[in-house]
Design a protein around this ligand. Structure first.
Ligand SMILES: Cc1cc2nc3c(=O)[nH]c(=O)nc-3n(C[C@H](O)[C@H](O)[C@H](O)COP(=O)(O)OP(=O)(O)OC[C@H]3O[C@@H](n4cnc5c(N)ncnc54)[C@H](O)[C@@H]3O)c2cc1C
Length: 219
């Protein structure tokens, strides 16, 4: 698995290099060669049901903007979508009522954390540890942090404007999305000989008609 956090072009060169590294150290059986992947989406759409499609989990931008956790969102939204299809609830209403406030709070937390920097983050982490020792429960602080309170609600328009970017999707929906960080000069490097060979192998397979669910550019 390769995870990229900044704007990257030709993202598969990272996977080529990773495979080359592992091949040198371990016996890898990677046949048939298949590449799967996706783009983590920290985006809030204006609709969660559109043209008969239910957008669940990451496809609906339902994940935590602060820590990247999304499994619980994925499972909860999946269950809600299934219930909605069975006529037991309205997916759009449930997601907006139960999940969107948490995603928004996570975006606000991310916005605040971006501002306090490493030192501020350490202070928060230390406070969290002390709170855990005192209460014997590390989740108490997290619950407080994720409670969508009045201050957080007031901050939301600022966060939306200052941190998220509005984008119109091909299907007609609009999203407010957390953009990738800009690439750095150290993202420019020469691949190893073996990584180039692995890339060529993959190109040959792709030319034979194999498709991926993700593009080469993550910008
Ligand atoms: C490195 C890493 C660590 C993480 N750690 C945590 C963690 O500790 N806790 C946590 O809660 N979350 C974590 N997450 C986030 C979490 O994994 C995701 O939010 C969650 O798996 C999203 O589930 P999903 O079902 O919405 O999407 P996915 O798990 O991405 O599933 C989507 C599936 O659809 C497939 N697909 C895509 N396009 C197509 C297509 N056109 N046709 C057919 N199939 C397609 C993909 O191959 C994929 O298998 C982590 C994520 C990463 C990358």
């Amino acid at each position: 698995c390769t995870c990229l956090w900044r704007q990257q072009s030709k993202s598969s060169r990272y996977l080529n290099e990773t495979i080359a590294w592992y091949e040198q150290r371990y016996v890898l059986n990677r046949r048939p060669i298949k590449r799967v992947g996706g783009k983590g989406d920290f985006a809030q759409p204006n609709k969660y049901v559109h043209e008969g499609r239910y957008y669940v989990g990451e496809a609906g931008g339902l994940q935590d903007c602060m820590w990247g956790f999304g499994m619980r969102y994925a499972i909860t939204s999946g269950v809600l979508a299934a219930k909605s299809i069975l006529g037991e609830c309205d997916y759009e209403t449930e997601v907006r009522g139960r999940l969107v406030p948490l995603v928004r709070t996570s975006a606000i937390n991310r916005f605040l954390m971006n501002r306090v920097g490493d030192r501020g983050f350490k202070m928060v982490a230390n406070h969290w540890m002390r709170d855990q020792e005192k209460k014997g429960d590390g989740l108490a602080f997290m619950r407080w942090l994720y409670k969508p309170g009045i201050v957080w609600s007031l901050l939301w328009p600022i966060v939306k404007l200052g941190m998220l970017r509005r984008k119109r999707l091909a299907d007609g929906r609009t999203v407010h999305r957390m953009p990738f960080r800009k690439s750095l000069s150290r993202d420019i490097w020469e691949p190893s000989v073996r990584a180039v060979e692995i890339g060529a192998q993959w190109d040959a397979i792709r030319r034979s008609g194999v498709k991926t669910s993700f593009g080469e550019s993550d910008a």
